[in-house]
Design a protein around this ligand. Sequence first.
Ligand SMILES: [Zn+2]
Length: 475
Amino acid sequence: MSALPVPPLRFTNTLSGSLQPFEPLDAARVRMYVCGPTVYDFAHIGNARPAVVFDVLFRLLRRCYGPNAVVYVRNITDVDDKIIARANETGEPIAAITERTTAAYHADIAALGCLSPTHEPRATAHIADMVAMIESLIAAGHAYAADGHVLFDVASDPSYGCLSRRSLDEMIAGARVEVAPYKRSPQDFVLWKPSDANQPGWDSPWGRGRPGWHIECSAMSARLLGASFDIHGGGQDLIFPHHENEIAQSTCAHGGAPFVRLWLHNGFLMTEGEKMSKSLGNFYTVHDLLAEFPGEAIRLVLLQTHYRQPLDFTKAAIERAKRTLDRFYLAMADAPEDSGGAGGDEDDLIVLDALADDLNTPLALTRLHEMLNELHRDRTPALGARNRRRLKAGGALLGLLQAEPEAWLKAAGAPAAAQAGSGGVNDAAIEAKLAARAAARKAKDFKAADAIRDELAAAGIVIEDKADGTRWRRA
Ligand SMILES: [Zn+2]
């Protein structure tokens, strides 16, 4: 348990629809689960939003309860009909698709500054847990086997619908339920389904088959976090039916033990003012965006809107975010270095206060801007060093401003691909030209010195002559 000063935390619980104080079941082991990707293609920017939002929550909890006291589980769904369909379309083996896209997801999410979760279970490694949970549900009278399938009997669970607070008719419409002869009732959902010879399958008491998506999360969270835990997160689109079904499965398999105390959901993401779609040309994968923009600028855009609000993601906003980060890093580079010693555990408190109030990232960013303004106003060594330190400490809670300012400015936060492109000028070439310019100036050949400056400016390199030498950055 951390001895640092910690403000009380409160969050909007989807279960109640209201702001509630957060009290973990066990402050020495705070447990959260977030639904992870189904790995059949590159993650798009909508997939990145929950990864970044819940990364900030993970950072906040670690700060409040101690870095070793928070267990964060984010699964990988590596058995799913979308993966099977992709393999059939392309001829690429399923294992190759899931391995390749899992690696791409890891690379993309790391570039957005997300910490690794504590555990990242793959569904295919937990089939036995899923089969065992389905057997418990059948034994308790909450599920039935029919025609190679096992279905959850929704009518057996009187609290079904507690999360989405929908009527049965709305739920049936929302789930786009399939009416099938083996179902007792149309809203019953699949826990297990049969696999043919060409589909991935595992032996089970109901024949060779594979799990439904919802049971995967219930089984993996129970295995790694126990029957009851603190926080479950995901995108708003998962509330129904996925999370509603997780609650039904988990509580009914565990004798009615409450499943999750706090449900958090991030809002929808639009791009360029429209629903993202390939035909509208506004479908952005994280992979493609990272070839054009620094990951930190993409992350900043995702945090500028409160997590519960809808977010309109635009490329223009990433451009602006990049320039904002340039201003922060420029000010930090100009601020006096910390003389050491004076650093405090409380440097991040005003950012911490903002995040403690329902993860208010827009307010946290306002706090960083206030520090930046103070840094511009007062460059005395003591206050300058303090504000530089506070920016770094507050930024750490948001996963921002952790680069070395000089390194950011020289790269202009650009992805390596952009710098290596044709016409890109590498660092060594710039240093060589600056040395030639310094020599020309020393020889009072100002015409040659200015020509070098103009040449660098044309290549997008800004140079500034300071008392202690020449500094350069990419514009
Ligand atoms: Zn899930």
